[in-house]
Design a binder for this molecule. Structure first.
Ligand code: GDG
Length: 450
């Protein structure tokens, strides 16, 4: 994987906000804006493992106002806290995929124990009045653990993934303990009004009081747009576009994750070729899908399914001089991806559930204003309520997706421009920087309850 900052992509979310630390993702960009102006401690997992819990190294690096402190997980913590419980229990639960949950008491205990390690390490680094912002489902109980260690300052928590309603969430053993962990925070941010309603319902079910607010995350559209313009003119991207041989381009970009509706997307594309044969030989679907969480069984099975589907569709519709689906399971540098978004006629974003989905926003930011592409977007992406001008689809309905792709591929420039400019307006209004500012302003406005 390329390590240069503008290519830096870690195909996963990591506990402790170490989300491709200082890479190009929306979270880091959003936080970056907020933290540049104040003395800030960035604390989280290093992404590395160490054999010996007692001897694991702590990495520390000061860059400008920001002190980056990260530490290694042990193999046991990585397996049980990170893979098994965070990604094998909490992730499917929060994405409404209860049949994929693999719960054991031992993994649950390891999750809480790892959060205690985070709390122990963090508390020694804090100043008395520090404001703390915790990120994501790996660290649900951390707020409570910090309070137990005497932390009195403001604590905020932001959940990047969806939160299910009580009827689904209650499947989790010790849900009350998890919610009590979050309720120790002064403010809990979620992506959408639906998540807000669901989480509030769960707190009410246990008689817990917590402030929950929907604060949808954004991207940095100005810099992404600039990157897309430069990238589209680069030799690397021009070379790729040349190989398309004049065919129209549909693009999909996602971590290889069952929440992203990837097999469904392939079936939608196949339905386009079946129901609208005029597009055969005229369109190429490029799906960029870096493998993630290969240590979790459901992810390995998904990859097999996807590999099979791509082969089947290419075999059924491809010709000696045309490959319908181009598919990679490794990441592509952001400096190339941005240009490919810009050159694409359709952005194809089909999650079954997604906290937000930054790809939808990046696709819009990257478009050429005079000849913009069309966004086909799942109703179940957190981005959908902000982007009603997209062609909204249900990923279970292959024929419906085929209709939307056909509409997108044949839409005239006036209609494309009208939809794009409305969505670009929204992406420009609610940016990564305004997201972190709104959250931190709301947190500051609350008088600490602990
Ligand atoms: C979680 C929530 C929420 C993807 N492939 C490559 C690549 N990417 C970049 C995209 C985008 C990011 O990764 C993916 O962001 P998403 O939002 O789509 O999805 P998750 O990773 O699941 O993120 C999600 C997000 O947190 C933020 O709150 O929106 O709902 O699940 O930036 O461009 N980047 C590069 N090469 C790739 O191959 N360079």
């Amino acid at each position: 994987m390329d390590g240069a900052p503008d290519h830096c992509f870690q195909p996963d979310t990591c506990p402790g906000g170490a989300y491709a630390a200082r890479g190009g993702g929306g979270l880091t960009v959003g936080l970056y804006d907020a933290i540049q102006t104040k003395e800030t401690l960035w604390f989280g997992w290093s992404g590395q493992q160490h054999e010996d819990a007692a001897k694991r190294p702590v990495q520390q690096e000061q860059v400008g106002n920001v002190n980056y402190v990260t530490f290694d997980l042990t193999k046991r913590e990585y397996d049980r806290f990170y893979l098994n419980f965070s990604n094998g229990v909490l992730w499917p639960l929060c994405h409404y995929r209860t049949n994929l949950i693999r719960y054991t008491r031992e993994d649950c205990d390891a999750y809480y124990a790892a959060n205690e390690v985070f709390a122990d390490r963090l508390v020694g680094l804090l100043e008395p009045d520090d404001t703390i912002w915790i990120h994501d489902y790996h660290l649900f109980p951390l707020g409570r653990m910090l309070r137990d260690r005497g932390v009195k300052g403001r604590i905020g928590f932001f959940l990047h993934i969806p939160f299910p309603p009580w009827s689904v969430a209650r499947l989790l053993p010790k849900l009350d303990m998890l919610l009590a962990g979050m309720a120790a925070c002064d403010l809990i941010g979620v992506q959408t009004p639906e998540d807000e309603t669901n989480l509030k319902g769960c707190f009410e079910a246990y008689g817990l009081k917590a402030a929950v607010e929907a604060v949808p995350i954004g991207i940095d559209p100005v810099s992404f747009r600039q990157q897309a313009i430069e990238s589209a003119a680069s030799e690397e991207v021009i070379k790729i576009v040349d190989t398309l041989d004049g065919t129209r381009l549909i693009i999909g970009v996602d971590r290889l994750d069952y929440s992203k509706g990837l097999p469904e997307r392939m079936k939608g594309f196949a339905a386009l070729l079946k129901n609208y044969p005029e597009h055969r030989g005229q369109v190429t679907f490029l799906q960029v899908t870096p493998v993630s969480r290969g240590g979790v069984e459901s992810y390995r099975l998904l990859k097999e399914e996807l590999d099979g589907l791509v082969g089947t569709i290419n075999g059924a519709y491809g010709t000696p001089d045309w490959v319908p689906i181009r598919y990679t399971t490794w990441p592509i540098g952001r400096h190339i991806l941005a240009g490919l978004y810009r050159m694409a006629d359709v952005g194809f974003v089909t999650p079954l559930r997604d906290g937000m989905n930054l790809v939808a926003k990046e696709f819009i930011a990257a478009q050429d204003e005079d000849d913009p592409g069309v966004l086909v977007l799942s109703r179940f992406a957190g981005a959908a309520p902000e982007m009603p001008e997209a062609l909204l689809i249900n990923p279970l309905d292959a024929e419906g997706m085929a209709d939307a792709l056909h509409i997108g591929l044949t839409m005239d420039v006036e209609a494309r421009h009208a939809a794009w400019s409305a969505m670009y307006g929204e992406v420009s209004r609610n940016t990564a920087g305004s997201w972190s500012k709104q959250f931190l302003d709301s947190l500051e406005a609350i008088s600490p309850c602990h």
